[in-house]
Write a protein that binds this ligand. Structure first.
Ligand code: NDP
Ligand code: MG
Length: 387
């Protein structure tokens, strides 16, 4: 019998990679739900190609303008996850959250009760809403698998280990496109160069976050939450080849490393097959030469000033929501040529210290509505003061 898959964010980079994997195994998997924010044409093509009968267009305007086109092909179109399940409450074998940004949190919370397994790439929702996600996962007996490659690697390496046996986890970072560029030359970098990641092909926002090291800071917070680590147990190391994804040193003196190609299809496919059967990677070719000269470098805070953010304590308060939303808003401004590469980073550090925001750092949001109100507050502030 085929296993049903719900795929949130199907029109993005992770979404498309997931569909490529599923296309090769139509005997075992059937895609039953696809979603987009506004890329209606791509969603339409995907729905036809994979014969999917339920789709969500989250952007209300696009939904209203386009739903008839889907109806003509007998495809049900919705504008939220809640609507999808008003008449259908069948659980997916696995749901994959490939939405970008904090907006991925609400659909994920809403779909957990309809999912036996949940695989999340959307780091922002883990950083901002892990407490809520964890509670919902437990309540519905839904198994969780991280897809972010570093977290998938850690998850695979410590399945049978206790967290207390870990001395240190090293998260590897490529260093981004400006690893070897003089600091003085990076002040006014054009976004088109910042988008050129040396090893990975990804969506725009995460590519900019990789250049500034924000992505790795997010991943440290993500790992602390998912694996319940003490912040002292985790460190960032630059590894330009990006072939190793996690290094775990245990108290007993043993160290485990996990390596794979810089292709997200490896963690995504292994996550999809994790609780089901063994996955055979069709392009499997072990590149032993990639393990020669691994070349690890400690990141320099002068080059990556955002590393200062690791001094904050991330205890599931509004701090995480403010951090993620400020970064979302500033990256958008940078991509729109409204602020420089340097000011993307300095403004981030400066704004986070404003009493307007710091007064919330000891308070915890009670629910998703509290989170949404704070995201709006941050966006209003940024648009008012940085327009
Ligand atoms: P993309 O920008 O390529 O795709 C994002 C997807 O989310 C698209 O389907 C997009 O729809 C949808 N989306 C965007 N905004 C909203 C919204 N407000 N509401 C609902 N849906 C929305 O991102 P990536 O695929 O690169 O990344 C997805 C997530 O995975 C991110 O959180 C990222 O950090 C994480 N990740 C990505 C990796 C990668 O290699 N790309 C690696 C590890 C983690 P539309 O097409 O209409 O914009
Ligand atoms: Mg990653």
């Amino acid at each position: 019998m085929t296993k049903d898959i719900y795929l949130l964010g199907s029109t993005g980079s992770i979404g498309e990679t997931t569909l490529k994997i599923l296309k090769k195994d139509k005997n075992n998997f059937k895609v039953k739900l696809l979603t987009t924010y506004s890329n209606v044409n791509k969603l339409y093509k995907q729905a036809i190609q994979f014969k999917v009968k339920n789709v969500v267009i989250f952007n209300k305007e696009k939904y209203l303008k386009n739903y008839k086109k889907f109806k003509l092909k007998k495809i049900n179109v919705f504008s939220s996850i809640d609507e999808v399940f008003k008449t259908n409450n069948k659980k997916s074998y696995i749901t994959i959250n490939a939405i970008s940004g904090i907006d991925g949190l609400e659909p994920t919370l809403n779909i957990i009760k309809y999912s036996h397994n949940l695989a999340i790439a959307n780091k922002e929702s883990i950083i901002c809403g892990w407490n809520f996600l964890k509670k919902e996962l437990f309540k519905n007996n839904t198994r969780f698998i991280p897809i972010d490659s570093e977290h998938f690697s850690i998850w695979s390496l410590i399945k049978k280990e206790k967290i207390q046996t870990i001395n240190k986890i090293y998260l590897t970072a490529s260093g981004g496109p400006f690893l070897n560029t003089k600091i003085s030359k990076t002040k006014n970098i054009n976004p088109k160069y910042a988008l050129m990641h040396p090893n990975w092909k990804m969506g725009k926002k995460i590519s900019i976050d990789s250049a500034t090291m924000m992505n790795k800071i997010f991943e440290v917070i993500e790992a602390i939450k998912i694996f319940e680590l003490n912040p002292k147990q985790i460190e960032i190391l630059i590894h330009p080849k990006s072939y190793l994804h996690a290094i775990i040193n245990f108290n007993n003196g043993l160290t485990k490393l996990l390596a794979h190609d810089t292709n997200m299809s490896v963690p995504i496919a292994n996550a999809i097959y994790a609780n089901y059967k063994t996955y055979n990677h069709s392009k499997n070719k072990f590149k032993y030469e990639m393990l020669n000269g691994l070349n690890f470098i400690k990141p320099d805070i002068k080059k990556y000033p955002l590393l200062e953010l690791l001094n904050y304590k991330f205890n599931n308060t509004y701090l995480e929501i403010i951090l993620v939303s400020l970064n979302d808003a500033l990256v958008k401004k940078y991509l729109d040529y409204k602020i420089s590469y340097l000011s993307l980073q300095t403004t981030m550090l400066k704004l986070l210290k404003k009493p307007y925001f710091t007064k919330y750092y000891s308070t915890k949001p009670r629910n998703i509505n509290d989170i949404k109100i704070m995201v709006d507050r941050v966006n209003i502030y940024v648009n008012k003061h940085l327009s």
